[in-house]
Design a binder for this molecule. Structure first.
Ligand SMILES: C[S@@+](CC[C@H](N)C(=O)[O-])C[C@H]1O[C@@H](n2cnc3c(N)ncnc32)[C@H](O)[C@@H]1O
Length: 198
């Protein structure tokens, strides 16, 4: 989908709940706040939540309409809002304590290229969290995009995981009103050792 398609969706109505995804919240809530980028932030539910926890959050998305919804929320002044195509946008190298990518689905090579670049935005020890619809969702889950070329899997994320100290790379269930959905999670940190390269 192009930026205009997402603008149209966001113009129609609010797309996501204002609450963070429960797995994002469970993994991130007790980290010490620092600098964070919410990649493809949409309406900014995660960036707004991070800012409430004391993070300096930057929300990047190519849908100006989606970001406008986030900007209209209480606390939005604490978030930096950036309208940009994330395949061409970068944070300064080594500037972030958290990179969050939630439910961004692009074909390859742009998806993997972006994620590998995004690891480089982290400070040593900084946290990387990707969550998105898993390709197994097509056969065994509900909802999400139906094009296997843009769905995640632990195997597809291996070239990103190779750059991280990985705490979790897995397919995980997510309960929805329509049934059980399957997500891929990649949760890790940029290695602190000077020998590690990104
Ligand atoms: C399913 S929404 C997820 C929004 C948000 N991460 C969340 O979890 O609430 C996907 C988002 O990706 C954004 N997006 C898709 N391709 C993009 C690109 N190339 N550059 C920037 N944003 C993009 C869309 O505008 C949309 O807001």
């Amino acid at each position: 989908m192009q930026a205009g398609d997402w603008d149209a969706r966001y113009a129609e109505r609010q797309q996501w709940s204002g609450e963070p995804n429960p797995l994002v919240a469970a993994l991130v809530w007790d980290l010490p706040p620092g600098d964070a980028v919410d990649v493809a932030a949409g309406e900014g539910r995660h960036a707004l939540w991070l800012a409430r926890l004391g993070w300096r959050a930057t929300a990047v998305d190519f849908s100006a309409t989606g970001l406008a919804r986030g900007r209209a929320q209480p606390g939005a002044g604490a978030v930096t809002w950036v309208t940009a195509d994330v395949t061409g946008w970068s944070a300064p190298p080594g500037s972030q304590d958290l990179v969050l990518v939630a439910y961004l689905h692009l074909p390859d090579p742009p998806m993997t290229d972006l994620l590998r670049r995004a690891v480089g935005w982290l400070r040593p020890g900084g946290r990387f969290l990707l969550l998105g619809h898993d390709v197994d969702n097509l056969a065994r889950g509900v909802g999400g995009p139906q094009d296997p070329a843009i769905l995640h899997s632990p195997r597809r994320l291996a070239p990103v995981a190779d750059l991280l100290e990985v705490d979790r790379l897995a397919t995980v269930p997510r309960e929805t009103p329509a049934g059980t959905a399957l997500d891929t999670v990649l949760w890790g940190r940029r290695p602190s050792s000077p020998g590690a390269s990104v």
